[in-house]
Design a protein around this ligand. Structure first.
Ligand SMILES: [Mg+2]
Length: 271
């Protein structure tokens, strides 16, 4: 699928643009609103993109960024207060204008256990330090990043062992783009979070844009919401990248090239 022309894009989005008060716009952050960089803490969302989201927030019934990052970190990065943030893959919800995110109850009791496991892994193997992995604290979820470490292959091998042990101890694991996450065994994903938000409003059309494996759950959620009659129209926007999974492109209604392509989608949602 090639990138849409302005005309075909407008056509794909018409259910939303014609009735924004009954429309929802959801999007991933890393790889969708901001290019993937070596260190996630160095990500920046362009001011133009923040401005578009802010305008969308005023026009549409529901606008939310859905991220693997913590909800607070997601809001800091995007820099728009008037939209919602779903953090930690759906474990946290920071509503538009709210001061603190709500954590899914099921996650609270697991928070310390994941942290304890990760700490133990790093202490048990003194060589772990040499791998120079970066640990990201996402509240109940902890993530190891190995992009741009001195020896990426060695880091990945070490993390494969960590992943096995994590599973043996009952944790969930998730592999992303050069990242391994250790999660509580609580069923949660971006799709569940999107479903919950759609069902809590009276929107009839929804768009979801993403670039990675975890975004496929949100694509599934749009399908399920249509099936159950909770939505009339779902628009799945796949952001193509060199590292991204094929499925994100294959399963999308609209395919765009990288972050600039998704920026065009956001702009096309406005008059
Ligand atoms: Mg992403």
């Amino acid at each position: 699928m090639s990138a849409p022309t302005a005309e075909t894009l407008a056509k794909s989005l018409c259910a939303l643009t014609q009735d924004p008060q009954r429309g929802a716009v959801f999007c991933d952050i890393d790889g969708t609103l901001t290019p993937i960089v070596g260190r996630p803490e160095e990500s920046r969302v362009r001011e133009e993109v923040s401005l578009l989201l802010s305008r969308l927030g005023r026009r549409y019934a529901c606008v939310a960024c859905v991220s693997g990052r913590s909800a607070n970190e997601a809001r800091r990065l995007v820099g728009v207060g008037g939209i919602g943030y779903i953090g930690s893959h759906g474990a946290e919800l920071l509503e538009a204008g709210a001061s603190q995110p709500q954590l899914l109850d099921a996650f609270v009791s697991w928070e310390g256990r994941v942290a304890g496991f990760v700490e133990q892994q790093l202490q048990n193997d003194r060589n772990a330090k040499l791998l120079r992995l970066r640990l990201e604290d996402k509240g109940p979820i902890k993530a190891f990043h190995w992009r741009d470490v001195p020896d990426e292959a060695a880091a990945e091998t070490w993390l494969q062992n960590v992943a096995q042990e994590a599973q043996a101890e009952g944790f969930e694991i998730h592999w992303g783009r050069k990242v391994l996450e250790i999660r509580p065994p609580v069923p949660v994903d971006k799709g569940q979070a999107v479903s919950t938000m759609v069902r809590s409003t009276d929107v009839r059309s929804a768009l979801y844009g993403g670039d990675d494996v975890t975004d496929l759950d949100a694509f599934d959620a749009l399908d399920a919401l249509i099936e159950s009659g909770d939505l009339d129209v779902g628009v799945r926007v796949g952001v193509r990248s060199a590292e991204g999974p094929r499925a994100i492109v294959e399963r999308a209604d609209v395919v765009v090239e990288g972050v600039p392509g998704f920026e065009d989608v956001l702009a096309a949602l406005l008059p």
